[in-house]
Design a protein around this ligand. Structure first.
Ligand code: GLU
Length: 327
Protein backbone atom coordinates (compact mmCIF):
# COMPACT_ATOMS: atom_id res chain seq x y z
CA UNK A 1 0.00 0.00 0.00
CA UNK A 2 2.79 2.37 1.05
CA UNK A 3 4.65 1.38 -2.08
CA UNK A 4 1.63 2.15 -4.24
CA UNK A 5 1.23 5.60 -2.62
CA UNK A 6 4.86 6.49 -3.10
CA UNK A 7 4.70 5.42 -6.74
CA UNK A 8 1.69 7.66 -7.31
CA UNK A 9 3.48 10.49 -5.51
CA UNK A 10 6.53 10.10 -7.75
CA UNK A 11 4.40 9.92 -10.89
CA UNK A 12 2.59 13.14 -9.97
CA UNK A 13 5.88 14.80 -9.06
CA UNK A 14 7.51 13.90 -12.39
CA UNK A 15 4.45 15.04 -14.30
CA UNK A 16 4.63 18.35 -12.44
CA UNK A 17 8.33 18.75 -13.29
CA UNK A 18 7.73 17.83 -16.94
CA UNK A 19 4.95 20.41 -17.28
CA UNK A 20 7.08 22.99 -15.48
CA UNK A 21 9.99 22.42 -17.93
CA UNK A 22 7.74 22.57 -20.97
CA UNK A 23 6.25 25.75 -19.64
CA UNK A 24 9.54 27.44 -18.84
CA UNK A 25 9.89 31.01 -20.08
CA UNK A 26 13.42 30.62 -21.46
CA UNK A 27 13.41 34.03 -23.13
CA UNK A 28 12.83 35.93 -19.88
CA UNK A 29 15.32 33.66 -18.12
CA UNK A 30 18.06 34.44 -20.66
CA UNK A 31 17.38 38.18 -20.43
CA UNK A 32 17.54 38.06 -16.65
CA UNK A 33 20.85 36.15 -16.80
CA UNK A 34 22.38 38.57 -19.33
CA UNK A 35 21.54 41.50 -17.04
CA UNK A 36 22.98 39.74 -13.99
CA UNK A 37 26.31 38.78 -15.56
CA UNK A 38 26.92 42.24 -17.08
CA UNK A 39 29.00 43.49 -14.10
CA UNK A 40 31.41 40.55 -14.67
CA UNK A 41 32.31 41.71 -18.18
CA UNK A 42 35.71 43.37 -17.97
CA UNK A 43 36.93 41.20 -15.09
CA UNK A 44 38.61 38.36 -17.03
CA UNK A 45 41.38 38.09 -19.63
CA UNK A 46 40.96 37.27 -23.30
CA UNK A 47 43.26 34.42 -24.45
CA UNK A 48 46.28 36.02 -26.08
CA UNK A 49 48.69 33.08 -26.42
CA UNK A 50 47.05 32.57 -29.82
CA UNK A 51 47.54 36.15 -31.12
CA UNK A 52 44.51 36.18 -33.46
CA UNK A 53 42.17 35.28 -30.57
CA UNK A 54 43.06 38.51 -28.76
CA UNK A 55 41.46 40.58 -31.53
CA UNK A 56 37.94 39.84 -30.33
CA UNK A 57 35.68 42.43 -28.64
CA UNK A 58 36.37 41.37 -25.07
CA UNK A 59 33.06 42.61 -23.64
CA UNK A 60 30.90 40.44 -25.93
CA UNK A 61 28.21 38.24 -24.41
CA UNK A 62 25.70 35.93 -26.05
CA UNK A 63 23.62 32.94 -25.00
CA UNK A 64 21.28 30.56 -26.82
CA UNK A 65 18.95 27.76 -25.78
CA UNK A 66 17.64 25.24 -28.32
CA UNK A 67 15.06 22.75 -27.13
CA UNK A 68 14.51 19.29 -28.57
CA UNK A 69 11.25 20.40 -30.16
CA UNK A 70 13.25 22.98 -32.17
CA UNK A 71 12.43 26.18 -30.26
CA UNK A 72 15.28 28.68 -30.17
CA UNK A 73 15.78 31.41 -27.55
CA UNK A 74 18.65 33.92 -27.68
CA UNK A 75 20.05 36.92 -25.90
CA UNK A 76 22.92 39.32 -26.73
CA UNK A 77 25.38 38.27 -29.43
CA UNK A 78 24.06 34.72 -29.73
CA UNK A 79 24.30 34.81 -33.53
CA UNK A 80 27.83 36.17 -33.75
CA UNK A 81 30.42 33.59 -34.80
CA UNK A 82 33.52 33.08 -32.65
CA UNK A 83 36.39 30.61 -32.43
CA UNK A 84 35.13 27.43 -30.77
CA UNK A 85 38.64 26.17 -29.89
CA UNK A 86 38.44 23.20 -27.51
CA UNK A 87 34.71 22.75 -27.96
CA UNK A 88 35.75 21.15 -31.28
CA UNK A 89 37.23 18.29 -29.22
CA UNK A 90 33.72 16.98 -28.70
CA UNK A 91 33.16 16.88 -32.46
CA UNK A 92 36.39 15.02 -33.19
CA UNK A 93 35.60 12.58 -30.36
CA UNK A 94 32.07 11.98 -31.67
CA UNK A 95 33.35 11.43 -35.22
CA UNK A 96 36.13 9.08 -34.07
CA UNK A 97 33.84 7.17 -31.68
CA UNK A 98 31.13 6.73 -34.30
CA UNK A 99 33.74 5.58 -36.87
CA UNK A 100 36.07 3.41 -34.78
CA UNK A 101 33.93 2.51 -31.77
CA UNK A 102 35.58 1.09 -28.60
CA UNK A 103 39.04 0.81 -30.24
CA UNK A 104 39.68 4.49 -29.48
CA UNK A 105 39.94 3.84 -25.72
CA UNK A 106 43.14 1.86 -26.19
CA UNK A 107 44.89 5.12 -27.05
CA UNK A 108 43.15 7.72 -24.87
CA UNK A 109 41.90 7.54 -21.27
CA UNK A 110 38.68 8.53 -19.53
CA UNK A 111 39.92 10.09 -16.30
CA UNK A 112 39.91 13.77 -15.35
CA UNK A 113 43.45 15.09 -15.67
CA UNK A 114 43.58 17.57 -12.79
CA UNK A 115 46.26 19.33 -14.85
CA UNK A 116 46.24 22.24 -17.28
CA UNK A 117 44.79 21.42 -20.71
CA UNK A 118 48.18 21.70 -22.41
CA UNK A 119 50.35 20.07 -19.73
CA UNK A 120 53.20 17.77 -20.79
CA UNK A 121 53.96 16.33 -17.35
CA UNK A 122 51.36 13.58 -17.02
CA UNK A 123 51.86 12.50 -20.62
CA UNK A 124 55.50 11.65 -19.96
CA UNK A 125 54.92 9.43 -16.95
CA UNK A 126 51.77 7.86 -18.40
CA UNK A 127 53.62 6.66 -21.49
CA UNK A 128 52.05 8.94 -24.07
CA UNK A 129 48.43 7.95 -23.34
CA UNK A 130 46.47 11.16 -22.65
CA UNK A 131 44.19 11.16 -19.62
CA UNK A 132 41.06 12.03 -21.61
CA UNK A 133 39.93 13.24 -25.06
CA UNK A 134 39.33 16.83 -23.88
CA UNK A 135 42.86 17.84 -22.97
CA UNK A 136 44.97 18.93 -25.94
CA UNK A 137 46.98 15.68 -26.06
CA UNK A 138 43.76 13.63 -26.17
CA UNK A 139 42.35 15.65 -29.04
CA UNK A 140 45.64 15.35 -30.93
CA UNK A 141 45.51 11.53 -30.64
CA UNK A 142 41.92 11.59 -31.91
CA UNK A 143 43.00 13.85 -34.78
CA UNK A 144 45.62 11.20 -35.60
CA UNK A 145 42.90 8.52 -35.68
CA UNK A 146 40.78 10.66 -38.02
CA UNK A 147 43.80 11.25 -40.30
CA UNK A 148 44.32 7.48 -40.51
CA UNK A 149 40.64 6.67 -41.04
CA UNK A 150 39.57 9.33 -43.56
CA UNK A 151 41.30 10.08 -46.85
CA UNK A 152 40.28 13.76 -46.46
CA UNK A 153 39.97 14.24 -42.69
CA UNK A 154 39.52 18.02 -42.71
CA UNK A 155 36.66 17.71 -45.17
CA UNK A 156 35.13 14.83 -43.22
CA UNK A 157 35.20 16.78 -39.96
CA UNK A 158 33.75 20.04 -41.25
CA UNK A 159 31.00 18.25 -43.16
CA UNK A 160 30.16 16.25 -40.07
CA UNK A 161 29.81 19.43 -37.99
CA UNK A 162 27.67 21.08 -40.69
CA UNK A 163 25.40 18.06 -40.63
CA UNK A 164 25.03 18.12 -36.84
CA UNK A 165 24.30 21.84 -36.93
CA UNK A 166 22.12 21.90 -40.06
CA UNK A 167 24.23 24.82 -41.24
CA UNK A 168 26.31 24.43 -44.41
CA UNK A 169 28.13 27.74 -43.92
CA UNK A 170 30.32 26.61 -40.99
CA UNK A 171 34.00 26.99 -41.89
CA UNK A 172 37.53 26.71 -40.57
CA UNK A 173 39.02 30.14 -39.83
CA UNK A 174 42.30 29.91 -41.71
CA UNK A 175 43.72 33.07 -40.11
CA UNK A 176 43.20 31.74 -36.58
CA UNK A 177 44.53 28.30 -37.53
CA UNK A 178 47.67 29.91 -38.98
CA UNK A 179 48.12 32.11 -35.90
CA UNK A 180 47.94 29.04 -33.65
CA UNK A 181 50.19 26.99 -35.91
CA UNK A 182 52.85 29.75 -35.80
CA UNK A 183 52.79 29.82 -31.99
CA UNK A 184 51.79 26.22 -31.22
CA UNK A 185 55.14 24.95 -29.93
CA UNK A 186 53.62 23.35 -26.85
CA UNK A 187 51.02 21.49 -28.90
CA UNK A 188 53.72 20.29 -31.31
CA UNK A 189 55.67 19.09 -28.25
CA UNK A 190 52.65 17.07 -27.10
CA UNK A 191 52.38 15.56 -30.58
CA UNK A 192 56.09 14.65 -30.79
CA UNK A 193 56.13 13.24 -27.26
CA UNK A 194 53.19 10.97 -28.09
CA UNK A 195 54.83 9.98 -31.37
CA UNK A 196 57.92 8.92 -29.44
CA UNK A 197 55.65 6.54 -27.47
CA UNK A 198 54.07 5.26 -30.69
CA UNK A 199 50.68 6.82 -29.94
CA UNK A 200 50.74 9.04 -33.05
CA UNK A 201 50.84 7.00 -36.24
CA UNK A 202 50.42 9.52 -39.04
CA UNK A 203 52.89 12.29 -40.04
CA UNK A 204 52.95 14.89 -37.28
CA UNK A 205 52.34 17.88 -39.62
CA UNK A 206 49.19 16.28 -41.02
CA UNK A 207 47.84 15.57 -37.54
CA UNK A 208 48.69 18.99 -36.12
CA UNK A 209 47.16 20.74 -39.11
CA UNK A 210 43.86 18.95 -38.48
CA UNK A 211 44.08 19.79 -34.75
CA UNK A 212 44.75 23.51 -35.37
CA UNK A 213 42.06 23.68 -38.04
CA UNK A 214 39.43 22.05 -35.81
CA UNK A 215 40.20 24.54 -33.02
CA UNK A 216 39.81 27.43 -35.47
CA UNK A 217 36.22 26.58 -36.47
CA UNK A 218 33.87 29.53 -36.06
CA UNK A 219 30.33 29.04 -34.83
CA UNK A 220 27.73 31.07 -32.98
CA UNK A 221 26.03 30.17 -29.69
CA UNK A 222 22.96 29.24 -31.69
CA UNK A 223 25.00 26.92 -33.98
CA UNK A 224 26.69 25.31 -31.01
CA UNK A 225 23.49 24.69 -29.11
CA UNK A 226 21.98 23.24 -32.30
CA UNK A 227 24.96 20.95 -32.95
CA UNK A 228 24.98 19.54 -29.40
CA UNK A 229 21.29 18.67 -29.41
CA UNK A 230 22.20 15.23 -30.76
CA UNK A 231 23.95 14.56 -27.42
CA UNK A 232 20.83 15.66 -25.55
CA UNK A 233 18.83 13.29 -27.73
CA UNK A 234 20.65 10.00 -26.99
CA UNK A 235 22.72 10.17 -30.20
CA UNK A 236 20.04 11.09 -32.75
CA UNK A 237 20.08 14.42 -34.64
CA UNK A 238 16.60 15.72 -33.80
CA UNK A 239 15.89 17.65 -36.99
CA UNK A 240 16.90 14.85 -39.39
CA UNK A 241 16.30 11.73 -37.29
CA UNK A 242 19.78 10.46 -38.19
CA UNK A 243 21.43 8.32 -35.52
CA UNK A 244 25.08 9.34 -35.06
CA UNK A 245 25.89 7.49 -31.82
CA UNK A 246 24.31 4.57 -30.01
CA UNK A 247 22.54 5.45 -26.77
CA UNK A 248 25.43 4.01 -24.85
CA UNK A 249 28.04 6.00 -26.82
CA UNK A 250 26.09 9.24 -26.26
CA UNK A 251 25.92 8.45 -22.54
CA UNK A 252 29.68 7.93 -22.45
CA UNK A 253 30.46 11.22 -24.19
CA UNK A 254 28.12 13.15 -21.88
CA UNK A 255 29.75 11.48 -18.87
CA UNK A 256 33.19 12.54 -20.08
CA UNK A 257 31.97 16.10 -20.54
CA UNK A 258 30.73 16.07 -16.95
CA UNK A 259 34.03 14.81 -15.53
CA UNK A 260 36.52 16.47 -17.90
CA UNK A 261 34.79 19.06 -20.08
CA UNK A 262 36.15 22.11 -18.27
CA UNK A 263 39.80 21.12 -17.84
CA UNK A 264 40.97 21.22 -14.23
CA UNK A 265 37.92 23.27 -13.27
CA UNK A 266 35.53 20.41 -14.15
CA UNK A 267 34.79 19.58 -10.51
CA UNK A 268 33.94 23.14 -9.55
CA UNK A 269 31.84 23.53 -12.70
CA UNK A 270 29.89 20.31 -11.96
CA UNK A 271 29.34 21.57 -8.41
CA UNK A 272 28.08 24.97 -9.55
CA UNK A 273 26.20 24.06 -12.74
CA UNK A 274 25.41 20.34 -12.66
CA UNK A 275 25.49 19.73 -16.42
CA UNK A 276 27.76 17.95 -18.92
CA UNK A 277 29.54 20.72 -20.84
CA UNK A 278 32.58 21.64 -22.90
CA UNK A 279 34.47 24.92 -22.92
CA UNK A 280 37.04 26.52 -25.21
CA UNK A 281 39.59 29.32 -24.82
CA UNK A 282 37.60 31.36 -27.37
CA UNK A 283 35.17 31.93 -24.46
CA UNK A 284 32.42 29.53 -25.49
CA UNK A 285 30.80 26.89 -23.29
CA UNK A 286 28.07 24.51 -24.40
CA UNK A 287 26.07 22.26 -22.08
CA UNK A 288 23.24 19.79 -22.49
CA UNK A 289 20.27 18.62 -20.48
CA UNK A 290 19.36 15.11 -21.68
CA UNK A 291 15.98 14.83 -23.40
CA UNK A 292 15.36 18.55 -23.04
CA UNK A 293 17.74 21.11 -24.50
CA UNK A 294 21.21 22.39 -25.14
CA UNK A 295 22.49 25.78 -24.05
CA UNK A 296 25.52 27.69 -25.31
CA UNK A 297 27.11 30.83 -23.94
CA UNK A 298 29.93 33.04 -25.20
CA UNK A 299 31.93 35.66 -23.41
CA UNK A 300 35.61 35.79 -24.43
CA UNK A 301 37.18 36.89 -21.16
CA UNK A 302 38.56 33.86 -19.31
CA UNK A 303 39.31 33.00 -15.70
CA UNK A 304 42.59 31.49 -14.53
CA UNK A 305 41.63 27.98 -15.72
CA UNK A 306 41.02 29.15 -19.30
CA UNK A 307 37.22 29.03 -19.03
CA UNK A 308 34.80 31.87 -19.76
CA UNK A 309 34.35 33.84 -16.56
CA UNK A 310 30.89 35.25 -17.30
CA UNK A 311 29.95 32.08 -19.20
CA UNK A 312 30.31 29.84 -16.14
CA UNK A 313 28.35 32.30 -14.06
CA UNK A 314 25.60 32.48 -16.70
CA UNK A 315 25.24 28.69 -16.76
CA UNK A 316 25.18 28.54 -12.98
CA UNK A 317 22.34 31.08 -13.00
CA UNK A 318 20.59 29.08 -15.74
CA UNK A 319 20.37 25.87 -13.71
CA UNK A 320 19.84 27.61 -10.36
CA UNK A 321 17.02 29.88 -11.52
CA UNK A 322 15.28 27.27 -13.67
CA UNK A 323 15.75 24.43 -11.20
CA UNK A 324 16.80 22.18 -14.11
CA UNK A 325 20.03 20.21 -14.08
CA UNK A 326 20.82 16.52 -14.40
CA UNK A 327 20.60 16.07 -10.64
N1 GLU B 1 43.62 25.63 -29.64
C1 GLU B 1 43.78 25.74 -28.23
C2 GLU B 1 45.10 25.13 -27.80
O1 GLU B 1 45.50 24.14 -28.35
C3 GLU B 1 42.64 25.03 -27.60
C4 GLU B 1 42.66 25.16 -26.11
C5 GLU B 1 41.31 25.33 -25.54
O2 GLU B 1 40.36 25.85 -26.10
O3 GLU B 1 41.23 24.92 -24.40
O4 GLU B 1 45.74 25.61 -26.92
Amino acid sequence: MVDCHSRIWYAVHFLYLYIKYLDMDYQSLLEEIAAEVKPLLGQGQVASYIPALAEVDSLSFGMAVVTLDGSVFTVGQANKIFSIQSISKVFNLVLAFSSLDEAIWRRVGKEPSGNAFNSLLQLEYENGIPRNPFINAGAIVLADMLCEYFSEPQKALIEFIRKLTNNSSIEYDIRIAKSEMDTGNRNYSLGYLMKSFGNIRMPIDLVMELYFKQCSISMSCKDLAQSFLMLANHGVVPYSGERILTMSQAKRINSLMLTSGLYNEAGDFAFRVGLPAKSGVGGGIVAIIPKLLSVAVWSPELNGFGNSLAGIHALELFTTKSGISIF
